[in-house]
Ligand binder design. Structure first.
Ligand code: NAD
Ligand code: DAU
Length: 337
């Protein structure tokens, strides 16, 4: 099989490519990525020069780039996106261009080239926010209710993917996943931000009251869920993917990281809240478990420790990432606490 992986130089895309080539050495992968601030070919250094792996620099929102790269492709695995909520609050335009228009251009190209599968990687944020005491979790029947420009753009992309199935019979699948953590995550996201700030002797900024809850999933579990959907998923279907943790408020996540690194709770500071901040996400992943046999295998505490170790051992990687453009973003986001 020839796979086109969009956004393969980002956090989850690069973990997917490394896993896939190890476990499916008979397949070929073309990694198509614009290399925005979040794309980093260092993540894929270990497979550079592998005969069944190729990198092509390009933009999913550019029809010519896409037309050239999609020739001969069997399966599209679509990760490419602008992915950070806070950046979407500063400027939503790139989110609409990449996440909505880019997905539409990719869908047209997939249709024209008769791809066997178009798998769209999406987020639980499209469902909006749960109350802290709500016994219900998000499931495949939950109504869409996006509340940030990022989640609205991902919701738009999900609807387009679904529409291409109903209107043109494009063989699609969609997954909506909760918050990932693990190696190669860009340090604008809370877990790598907390780890690397503490390693640099800086404080961990916690928004608002710190009692916001995310459903944490180790990135390899996400990759394996996508593998299960590509292997056994039913065309036209959506599957929700989530972690094995009970609710852990952000402040507790920060305290766990502080403890792992032997720092003090005084290294955590409360800062101005995110506008429209979703209170809680929680996923009911029984459909993918019952129908495809997937469940999360990595518990939060063990894999948080391993993730902290990874950042300690890969200081060159994150120091490089945190220089340059990142500094300007950090100032804009956090300077008036
Ligand atoms: P990321 O920001 O780390 O990586 C995104 C990648 O897409 C980068 O390599 C970037 O260069 C590339 N890209 C951006 N715009 C592009 C364009 N126009 N053309 C081609 N490439 C482009 O993101 P991530 O955290 O790895 O997320 C990957 C996907 O998974 C996204 O679609 C995101 O919405 C979804 N998702 C993420 C999470 C999470 O917790 N990180 C959870 C659920 C779903
Ligand atoms: O739920 C899946 C989503 O998870 C993905 O679709 C997104 O691409 C990904 O970025 C992530 O979104 P979040 O907004 O939940 O992740 P983030 O790491 O930005 O924030 C996690 C929580 O931590 C959230 O409640 C906001 C809070 N936070 C975040 C930052 C960056 C802080 O308290 N302080 C911070 O500095």
């Amino acid at each position: 099989m020839r796979l086109l992986v969009t956004g393969g130089a980002g956090f989850i895309g690069s973990n997917f490519i490394l896993y896939w080539l190890k476990n499916h050495p008979e397949d070929e992968i073309v990694n198509f990525d614009k290399l925005t601030y979040a794309g980093n070919l260092e993540n894929l250094k270990s497979i550079e020069g592998t005969p069944n792996y190729k990198f092509v620099k390009g933009d999913i929102a550019n029809a010519d780039d896409v037309a050239a790269v999609i020739l001969g492709i069997d399966i599209v695995v679509h990760f490419a996106a602008e992915s950070h909520v806070d950046r979407s609050i500063h400027d939503s335009a790139p989110f609409i261009m990449t996440n909505v228009a880019g997905t539409q251009i990719l869908l047209d190209a997939a249709l024209k080239n008769n791809v066997k599968r178009f798998h769209h990687v999406s987020t639980d944020e499209v469902f909006g926010s749960l109350e802290l005491n709500d016994p219900n979790k998000f499931n495949e029947r939950t109504n869409y209710n996006p509340r940030s420009p990022y989640s609205a753009s991902k919701a738009g992309s999900d609807h387009l993917v679904s529409a291409y199935y109903y209107t043109y019979n494009l063989p699609i699948t969609i997954t909506n996943c909760s918050n990932n953590f693990g190696p190669y995550q860009f340090p604008e996201k809370i877990i790598p931000l907390a780890i690397t700030n503490l390693l640099e002797g800086k404080k961990v900024p916690i928004y608002g009251d710190g009692l916001y809850v995310r459903d944490w999933l180790y990135v390899e579990d996400h990759v394996k869920a996508i593998e299960a959907v590509l292997d056994k998923g039913k065309i036209g279907e959506t599957y929700l993917i989530g972690g094995m943790t009970e609710d852990i408020p952000n402040i507790e996540v920060a305290k766990k990281i502080v403890r792992i690194l032997g720092k003090s709770e005084g290294d955590i500071e409360f800062v101005k809240d995110r506008p429209g901040h979703d209170r809680r996400y929680a996923i009911d992943w029984s459909k993918i478990k019952n129908e495809l046999g997937w469940k999360p295998l990595h518990d939060f505490d063990t894999w948080l420790k391993k993730t902290v170790e990874w950042y300690k051992e890969n200081e060159d990687w994150w120091r490089e990432v945190k220089s340059g453009e990142y500094q300007k973003y950090y100032e804009k986001q956090y300077n008036n606490k």
